[in-house]
Design a protein around this ligand. Structure first.
Ligand SMILES: Cc1ncc(COP(=O)(O)O)c(C=O)c1O
Length: 409
């Protein structure tokens, strides 16, 4: 019996241990040995656009805290008050003992803010996609998913019944061709990000709506990076294109502009009613805790009250896009506060990011599978709370180090 298995494993007994892959996993250690490993950096202190790592000051150009509200006095105090009133956790699933009045208040407020009938709040954004998408389809249904959709969408489609058809990134001809090819299938849904998290480009949602309607397909939008950034008062990509009524399900997270942790969907009451009784990632997981809920409610107050933070974010975005482009960096196809610096070669990406980091700027080098192989980027992103001084320091650093590393002329 054992002998008959050997050829399958290349005759190597070692390979039969499922743990052998741990020993074989070398790439992260190689980066560490080369002194350019950029991940799991430990932040000791953070305030506004500045963080401290290993006791050294770094300007943060790699956060998703787009509105810069994690340190807003009102938001901090709302979180503290919630802990005083409700304690630190909910100790159970929403379905059973974990629902507190703040969940209900937040769901009402989100539905209203996003212009839909009802909302459902999950404990993370990843769970929101996983738990929602996995219960949307039956075996005869089809999901049409953009090739650059977020990992949590991909995991959701893997769990969902029915086939997933991947269309080329933001390629409306390809989407239409694929929908047309399957026009006889009744149950169809198109799933797209609103703003792409690595490259900062925006999905052509108006065209997606037009094409999906033509082929009777429903639409789900993941607006993790669009809410707080695009649309009136940061209502997101659907509002930006004026197509909120045409999108069946809008998903968002609280870990970015909402300065907290968690995720949500908004849709009709009927959709929400079904998902909250079917979604395993919702039912079999503990509820979002009080301080996180109060944080989001307080950010909603700020967003509804004024557009000031969104406006500042766009002023910063235009300054940085112009600044990078005038130095000769390629930042395409970004249209948002996520500004990638396109490098290409992966080793070069890591070495350049390390030089930028050593000069005092925190960014995120991204290589495959975060981006297609050989298209390494340094992902920079901006916050409404960045000061002009911090922004100038980022640009000056990219100028000096870019010249030194021959990235720019
Ligand atoms: C597009 C997109 N969707 C979903 C998620 C998951 O959200 P969270 O990190 O809040 O769990 C992310 C987070 O990186 C994201 O970028």
């Amino acid at each position: 019996m054992l002998c008959s298995l050997l050829p399958k494993f290349g005759g190597n007994l070692d390979r039969m241990d499922i743990f052998s892959k741990f020993k074989d996993f070398k790439v992260a250690r190689q980066l560490e040995e080369a002194g350019v490993y950029p991940y799991f950096k430990v932040i000791q202190n953070a305030e506004g656009g500045t963080v401290y790592i290993d006791g050294k000051r770094k300007v943060m150009a790699g956060s998703n805290n787009y509105l810069g509200l994690t340190h807003h006095p009102k938001v901090r105090s709302a979180a503290k008050d919630a802990i005083e009133k409700y304690g630190t956790g909910c100790s159970g699933s929403r379905f059973l003992n974990g629902t507190i009045d703040l969940h209900i208040e937040l769901e009402k407020r989100l539905a209203h803010f996003m212009g839909k009938e009802a909302a459902l709040v999950y404990s993370t954004g990843f769970q929101t996609n996983l738990g929602t998408i996995s219960c949307l389809t039956d075996e005869n249904d089809l999901i049409f998913s953009d090739e650059e959709n977020h990992a949590s969408i991909i995991e959701g489609t893997r769990l969902a019944e029915g086939e997933t058809i991947v269309f080329k990134h933001n390629d409306m001809k390809d989407l239409e061709a694929k929908l047309k090819e399957h026009q006889d299938v009744k149950g169809k849904i198109v799933i797209t990000d609103g703003v792409y998290s690595m490259t900062g480009d925006i999905a052509p949602l108006d065209q997606i709506v037009k094409i999906s309607k033509k082929y009777n397909a429903r639409i789900m939008l993941d607006d993790a990076h669009g809410i707080g950034v695009l649309g009136k008062n940061g209502k997101g990509t659907a509002d930006h294109f004026n197509v909120t009524n045409d999108i069946d399900i809008i998903m968002g997270t609280f870990s970015k502009s909402f300065a907290s942790l968690g995720g949500f969907i908004v849709a009709t009451e009927e959709v929400i009613h079904y998902i909250k009784h079917k979604s395993r990632a919702f039912i079999f997981s503990a509820a979002m805790p009080p301080a996180s809920l109060a944080t989001v409610l307080s950010v909603l107050d700020i967003l509804e009250e004024s557009d000031e933070h969104v406006q500042r974010l766009w002023k910063i975005t235009h300054k940085m896009q112009k600044g990078f482009q005038s130095m000769g960096y390629d930042t395409s196809p970004s249209k948002t506060p996520i500004i990638p610096i396109n490098i290409g070669d992966e080793a070069r990406t890591f070495f350049f990011a390390k030089a930028i980091y050593d000069a005092g700027v925190f960014t995120n080098p991204v290589v495959a599978p975060g981006v297609p192989p050989g298209q390494g980027i340094i992902r920079t992103s901006y916050m409404a709370s960045h000061t002009d001084q911090e922004l100038n320091l980022i640009l000056d650093t990219f100028h000096t180090i870019g010249k030194m590393c021959e990235m720019i002329k």
